[in-house]
Design a protein around this ligand. Structure first.
Ligand code: ATP
Length: 392
């Protein structure tokens, strides 16, 4: 596997598209400090699947995108393309048909990296494996950074081992072994899950067998129950038939009895009509008697009320008679008093008439008194007459 060309666009200081041809033999890059020599090596490691931004002298992977200068604005994308000669057919089987492999890595701000090999989208792992099989890669010790020699001298044994493995051309195998180990672990986990499923199925199988036995028993019992039910229904049918026969006989008897009863009812109806005809005049008489009775009762009630009223009138009149009697006694007393007064007056008049010739004015006074006494008497007599009339 030979690298033949490296193309950069927007990567670090290579804002415009730049191309590095790697011809047979040695290819050297020379230039002043800061012209971008190390950036080229980093582009090579980046396109081979480098994952450490720190090893690319950046804080994050997006730092590899051209970040702009005083005169040029920053870019949003960076792309590095590495052309590999595969005429020796050492690439993995998936890409080994092509003579030339075009490995491209792009990065876009906020979206991350993606890879293609000959235009086909691939995973980062596919690219890393491609170069690992060829004994190189982003972290290959063959790519020596500034100051890396001194780092190698003081490196840990496992890092040195990586250098040796790469020199022996087994770095790809090591990477594959890790992947196989991961797959093995996943397969073991799957196996454990399968075992759980098998155990679960076994317990469900046992439960289903139990249920199947119960279902068989249930079927047998169902058949027996159906037989017994058939017998029961036959017996009930027979009993019902007998009951129907008995009911038919009872119905015939009842029909005969009903006919007799109908006949008796008809006769009774005729007799009732005849009786009704006889009863009609009696009912008329009864109605008339009832009317007469009601009239007599009304008359009696009226008479009772009249008697009551007469009693009350007698009581009132008796009371009035009592009052009149007492009035008559009073009048008799008055009459007696008036008679006494009259006698006294007559006596007085007689006594007054004797000396009449001697005293003229006295006689006049006596005559006036006599006239008053007469008037009083007449009034008393009129009252006496009135009281006598009232008493009568
Ligand atoms: P030296 O000989 O001193 O090692 P060099 O030739 O290797 O130098 P590099 O270190 O490759 O030079 O390049 C450094 C230059 O790249 C610096 O000028 C730096 O500003 C520029 N540079 C690095 N990253 C970016 C970036 N993301 N965007 C723009 N320029 C960058």
């Amino acid at each position: 596997m030979k690298f033949t060309q490296l193309r950069l666009a927007g990567f670090k200081s290579f804002v415009d598209a730049a191309e590095l041809r790697i011809d047979p033999g040695l290819t050297g890059i020379i230039g002043p400090n800061g012209c971008g020599k190390s950036n080229l090596l980093e582009a090579l490691r980046w396109v081979m699947g480098a994952t450490s931004a720190k090893s690319l002298r950046g804080g994050g992977m997006e730092d590899v995108i051209f970040s702009g200068t005083d005169t040029r604005p920053a870019r949003d994308r960076a792309e590095v393309s590495l052309t590999v000669d595969n005429t020796a057919r050492t690439a993995p089987a998936r890409f080994n048909d092509a003579e030339i492999l075009q490995v491209v890595r792009r990065i876009t701000r906020g979206k991350g990296s993606d890879y293609t090999i000959n235009g086909e989208e691939v995973r980062a792992k596919d690219v890393q494996l491609l170069f690992a099989d060829a004994g190189t890669g982003a972290n290959s010790p063959a790519l020596v950074r500034q100051g890396q020699i001194s780092e190698l001298i003081s490196a840990r044994p496992e890092n040195r081992r990586r250098v040796l493995e790469e020199a022996a051309g087994v770095a790809g195998l090591r990477a594959r072994r890790r992947e196989s180990q991961l797959r093995l672990n996943a397969a073991e986990a799957n196996l454990a899950r399968l075992q759980e499923i098998v155990d679960d199925l076994a317990s469900r199988h046992a439960s289903l067998q139990r249920q199947a036995r119960q279902a068989g028993r249930y079927r047998e019992l169902s058949v027996t129950i159906r037989d017994y039910e058939s017998l029961l229904w036959l017996r009930r049918w027979r009993e019902a038939s007998e009951a129907v026969s008995a009911a038919d006989a009872a119905l015939a008897d009842a029909s005969a009895e009903a006919d007799a009863a109908l006949r008796a009812a008809a006769e009774a109806s005729v007799a009732a009509e005849a009786a009704s005809a006889r009863v009609q005049p009696l009912r008329q008489s009864e109605a008339e008697a009832a009317a007469a009775l009601r009239l007599a009762e009304r008359t009696r009630d009226q008479l009772d009320r009249d008697v009551e009223a007469a009693h009350e009138a007698v009581a009132r009149l008796t009371q009035r008679l009592e009052e009149l009697r007492s009035g008559e006694a009073r009048e008799a007393e008055l009459h007696e008093e008036a008679r006494d007064a009259l006698a006294r007056l007559k006596h007085h008049i007689t006594s007054l008439r004797a000396p009449a010739g001697a005293d003229g004015p006295a006689q006049a006074r006596a005559e006036a008194a006599l006239a008053d006494a007469d008037a009083t008497r007449q009034t008393a007599e009129a009252e006496l007459d009135k009281a006598s009339g009232a008493c009568a």
